[in-house]
Design a protein around this ligand. Structure first.
Ligand SMILES: O=C(O)CCC(=O)C(=O)O
Ligand SMILES: [Fe+2]
Length: 374
């Protein structure tokens, strides 16, 4: 019996865990090593009666129809968008303009990347948060005490001509396909931010423009903003009730556009319970990130979410995180601060974020908590 099966971890095995869960799965592991076993209260359910019913609760997120948003019903759709961002921090975007082959190609090439021999994937391992490409495992593998059941490939997407030569060169076409996907999601993000600004009452697309406002200028800054693409790979897990694919966290940035395949796994915190988001084919799950919560002075919510794993199927997701340029400070929009809505957050930028995650173990939405004014 290997030491992992007996419930303790040798140095040898410790280094094996750094190689990721795809390797463990490929080696035919039949029990979850102790490195991945969460304390009872943090486990996803089943063994935890408090949570047993909750994990069976599926949630239909509010749906935003992108075509409808561009048409005569825009005011009503903006109202639904505002409600979704206030009450759920999440919505499903349907009828977007991204061709379905761009999406299926991205999922396919992402899947193939994780099927490459480990040595090939390992070329991209890096602990530098600013590296244009980073392959790794768990959430923050240098800090996590308990590992989660996830490997990832992170690609910086901006400025594309600078980062592209650093992206993996295999599988064939990954650069092309991922770059096309990145450009398409960027466009969608820009369109969504316009709608979000309008829903917050910061810009008015219907009014004849007299002069450019400060908010119009911010919208323009997004064109040159940061974009990070994360391909997440969750292999089958022999004991999915003992661990998580991703621990509870909120996302950095203004919006995340998440593409998930047809395998369930994403859960969000809704009315103090964990609920599973039902995948809808050809849609994006969009969520409010920490920067948008700060910018909206708390009106729109950056909500905790986590990922369950399962024992049968591989799951792949692609998260596209968008924000303003990295070093640009983000604070509450002056128009959303007044006597009845006092300023609730300090300004933040990427340097603050890096400092935060390198200085302490990542824990829930503490980064956002750390930016709150008390
Ligand atoms: O895989 C998922 O469904 C969620 C991934 C996620 O939350 C992230 O990459 O930030
Ligand atoms: Fe996330």
């Amino acid at each position: 019996m290997s030491p992992a099966m007996a419930g303790f971890t040798t140095e040898n095995e410790e280094s094996q865990y750094q190689n990721g869960v795809k390797c463990l799965h490929e080696n035919g592991i039949s029990k979850v090593p102790s490195k991945y076993i969460l304390p009872v209260l943090e486990r996803p359910g089943i063994t935890n009666h408090e949570q047993a019913n909750v994990t069976k609760n599926n949630l239909k997120l509010p749906i935003i129809d992108f075509q409808e948003l561009q048409g005569p019903n825009r005011p009503q759709v903006l109202q639904s968008l505002a409600n979704a961002c206030e009450q759920y921090g999440f919505f499903q975007l349907v009828n977007h303009d991204i061709p379905s082959d761009v999406i299926s190609n991205m999922i396919e090439v992402g899947t193939k990347f994780f099927e490459l021999p480990f040595e090939e994937r390992a070329k991209y391992m890096s602990s530098d948060m600013r590296a244009p490409v980073r392959y790794g495992t768990s959430f923050n593998q240098n800090k996590d005490k308990v590992f989660c059941w996830r490997d990832f490939l992170k690609l910086l997407c901006h400025p594309l001509p600078d980062v592209l030569p650093h992206w993996p060169s295999s599988p064939v076409d990954i650069r092309n396909l991922a770059a096309t996907y990145a450009k398409e999601t960027k466009y969608l993000f820009l369109m969504l931010m316009e709608a979000i600004f309008e829903s917050l009452g910061l810009v008015d697309s219907s009014a004849a423009k007299k002069k450019t406002t400060e908010e119009d200028e911010v919208l323009k800054e997004f064109e040159d903003g940061s974009q990070l693409m994360v391909v997440n790979c969750y292999p089958p897990c022999p004991e999915p009730d003992l661990t998580l694919g991703m621990p509870p966290h909120s996302d950095y940035g203004f919006l995340t556009l998440l593409l998930q395949d047809e395998v369930e796994g994403l859960q969000i915190q809704f009315q103090d319970k964990w609920v599973t988001v039902e995948p809808i084919a050809n849609s994006f799950v969009v969520n409010v990130g920490d920067h948008l919560e700060i910018f909206s002075n708390g009106k729109y919510k950056s909500v905790l979410h986590r990922v369950l794993v399962n024992s049968r199927k591989d799951r792949i997701s692609v998260a596209s995180l968008h924000s303003l340029p990295f070093m640009r400070p983000v604070g509450p929009s002056p128009k959303l601060v007044d006597e009845s809505n006092p300023r609730r957050y300090k300004e933040t930028d990427f340097a603050n974020f890096l400092e935060y995650i390198s200085s302490r173990e990542h824990n829930k939405k503490n980064f956002l908590e750390s930016r709150k004014l008390t």
